[in-house]
Design a protein around this ligand. Structure first.
Ligand SMILES: [Cu+2]
Length: 155
């Protein structure tokens, strides 16, 4: 009888332990960020002309997430623009939000979207790294490093 009790106590302890282990990865996933940034770079232009930031936003979660705001420690103004073709001419329009689809990605890339970077707060040159703070609709904030490239390094 005493042996049987001891066994069931061990079994209960083992069950508790395995449940604890089973829940651990879920807890980590809940704390992980939905959005990650890859291939982030800036096309630098001389003479204090506005620079353009490009990146791919990847959403690992099962819900769409919107990029809703951005700022930069290195530029006074950072705005999301879209290049729109209108027959033979092109113009830039402001973009209020950019949706990153669930388990998908969206490219901020030449000819489509760009982050307009104006009023550099200090001298920025090719080879530097600048930072953008990206804010998302799920409350997430990402500080993303962008590699600065000269026009000759890009296409
Ligand atoms: Cu622009």
């Amino acid at each position: 009888m005493s042996i049987k009790l001891k066994t069931s106590a061990s079994l209960a302890a083992a069950l508790t332990l395995s449940l604890g282990l089973a829940f651990a990865p879920g807890a980590q996933a809940a704390g992980a960020k939905a959005i990650s940034v890859k291939n982030a770079w800036v096309r630098w232009l001389p003479n204090n002309l506005p620079a353009a930031g490009y990146a791919t936003l990847v959403n690992a979660s099962d819900k769409p997430v919107d990029l809703v705001d951005m700022s930069s420690a290195d530029y006074g103004d950072a705005m999301l623009h879209q290049t729109v073709s209108n027959g033979s001419s092109q113009k830039m329009v402001m973009v209020d939000k950019l949706t990153v689809p669930a388990h998908g990605q969206v490219a901020i890339s030449p000819g489509g979207y760009h982050v307009m970077l104006e009023n550099a707060k200090h001298k920025v040159a090719p080879g530097d790294t600048v930072h953008l703070t990206l804010k998302f609709s799920d409350g997430e904030t990402l500080d993303a490093p962008f590699v600065v490239k000269s026009p000759a390094q890009t296409n």
